[in-house]
Design a protein around this ligand. Sequence first.
Ligand SMILES: [Zn+2]
Length: 97
Amino acid sequence: MQEHFFGCKCGCLQHVTMISFDEECGEVYVETFLNHYLPLWQRIKTAVKYAFGHKSPWGAYDCTIFKDNDVPKLISLLERARRITEQPQNNATGAQG
Ligand SMILES: [Zn+2]
C-alpha cells in the first residue's frame, strides 16, 4: 500500500488528504482529517443527536483544495489505478471499458 499526502492550497495542516493506493488491486483510498475542535460538551451533544438519527444538512465533511503542482501526481495515481483495474485478472466480468 502506497501512501501519498496532499496539502491544501490554504496551507491548513488539518486539510491534508492522504491517498492510499493498492498496487495489486488498484483500489484508491481517500482520507481527510476531520476537525474536532468543538468543546467536549458540544461533541457529546452532537454524538447524542447522531445516535438518535439526526441528519445534519452539512454532513461531517471537510475539503482539500489540491495545489496546482499536485494535480499531475493525482492524475498519475488515478491513471495507474485505472490501468490495474482494467487488467483482465482484476476485472470480474473480463469486460473492458
Ligand atoms: Zn484548506
